[in-house]
Design a protein around this ligand. Structure first.
Ligand SMILES: Cc1cc2nc3c(=O)[nH]c(=O)nc-3n(C[C@H](O)[C@H](O)[C@H](O)COP(=O)(O)OP(=O)(O)OC[C@H]3O[C@@H](n4cnc5c(N)ncnc54)[C@H](O)[C@@H]3O)c2cc1C
Length: 352
């Protein structure tokens, strides 16, 4: 009997892998305990970027992933991503200069722009900084929209999706994984792929340092903001429906700031006040606040590759940026039995 490839997780990463496998004619079943894009994917800031990549290999992966977004959009049609570019000035002085130098060393298409140019790009800003780093090729995405669109496209190609079952472990026979044990019973598989985001730690034992994050959305506004804004006190962007999407800089535990873990309500109110200062004269009201867990493998880099015979993992931060490329590469590896050189530095075996 031909069992499907079972993907645990219908976030943006699992959805992208499912679509790419379905495009290769592979039978796929996606399992998720909560819903499509209901994990980190639907609680993300959604900045598509190759900043803070730390290693050349990770920069190359993130940069190629930006291109992969455009390839995905060409195949799927629009997915609400806004390619607005980004203005970054979280740091100043020597830290700002160091960041400029790091991006230049990686060959990133980043330019330092001065106040008049910033004011021209983002006229709604009350106090444009003296200088910022502008990257024109960055964008802002709604991960939940992309995940839903990818799953829809995968299902149109024959993939199946099952929302409800929680994976508790794996079925093994003859030294290989042959399925998933769930609270709805055993699910046989020709191959299991864990794309469970932060949940990969419990399910597979992958060493992870997952990190909480708070995002708020305002009620829709008229189109007032072009570039994504990464200011020292808050980052924000305007989405395709006019909402300002904002996140905290220090994961909610920065100096003098309400704590994300003990007082998320106060943190959300602090954030909305900071946005009102940056964008005066606008009707800025909170519509929704979400609290998510960033999936972060222990050393901060993606974990993508085999864990054991029949069991493969894809867990990472910056998954909104990376998912279109990761889906292509994982599908290639699983379908062809080959090894994508781009993934060599990111194998999960380095963490054990
Ligand atoms: C506040 C915040 C800000 C972020 N900002 C950015 C950003 O600006 N740019 C960027 O690129 N990335 C950002 N990220 C990270 C990005 O959102 C994630 O890397 C990405 O969404 C991970 O996608 P995923 O599909 O791997 O995981 P998820 O979206 O978490 O999906 C995993 C799915 O697996 C399911 N699942 C888990 N365990 C089980 C189980 N045992 N059984 C069944 N189902 C299970 C869950 O229900 C979930 O639907 C941010 C994340 C957060 C939280």
């Amino acid at each position: 009997m031909n069992h499907p490839i079972v993907i645990v997780g219908a976030g943006i990463v699992g959805a992208s892998i499912a679509w790419n496998l379905a495009r290769r004619g592979k039978p796929v079943l996606i399992l998720d305990q909560t819903g499509i894009g209901k994990g980190a994917t639907g609680r993300s800031f959604g900045w598509i970027n190759a900043n803070f990549a730390e290693t050349p290999a990770y920069f190359a992966l993130r940069s190629a992933a930006i291109d992969a977004h455009h390839e995905m959009e060409a195949a799927l049609g629009p997915v609400a991503t806004r390619w607005t570019g980004c203005l970054w000035w979280e740091d100043e002085g020597a830290s700002f200069d160091a960041h400029v130098a790091e991006l230049a060393a990686f060959g990133y298409e980043a330019q330092v722009v001065a106040r008049p140019e910033i004011a021209r790009m983002a006229p709604a800003l009350a106090t444009p900084p003296d200088q910022a780093i502008h990257v024109a090729r960055e964008g802002g995405a709604d991960g939940e929209v992309i995940a839903a669109r990818l799953i829809e496209a995968a299902v149109a190609l024959g993939a199946k999706i099952w929302i409800g079952p929680k994976a508790n472990g794996f079925l093994r026979q003859g030294g290989r994984v042959i399925g998933v044990a769930t609270d709805h019973g055993p699910v046989p598989a020709s191959q299991v792929i864990v794309a469970a985001g932060a949940g990969a730690a419990t399910l597979t034992g992958l060493p992870m340092a997952n990190k909480p994050g708070l995002i708020l959305r305002t009620r829709p506004l008229p189109a007032i903001l072009g570039p994504i804004i990464m200011a020292p006190d808050v980052h924000f962007r305007q989405d395709a429906e006019g909402r300002i999407v904002a996140g905290e800089i220090f994961s909610g535990d920065g100096p003098g700031q309400a704590s994300i873990t003990t007082d998320p309500g106060s943190l959300a109110l602090e954030l909305i006040e900071r946005i009102r200062v940056h964008l005066p004269g606008q009707e800025i009201e909170i519509e929704r606040v979400t609290f998510g867990l960033r999936p972060v493998p222990k050393d901060g880099l993606p974990a993508v590759g085999p864990l054991e015979e029949g069991l493969y993992i894809a867990s990472m931060h910056s998954g909104i940026t990376l998912a279109p490329l990761i889906g292509t590469l994982v599908a290639l590896e699983i379908a062809e039995g080959s090894e994508a050189p781009e993934l060599a530095p990111f194998r999960p075996s380095r963490l054990s």
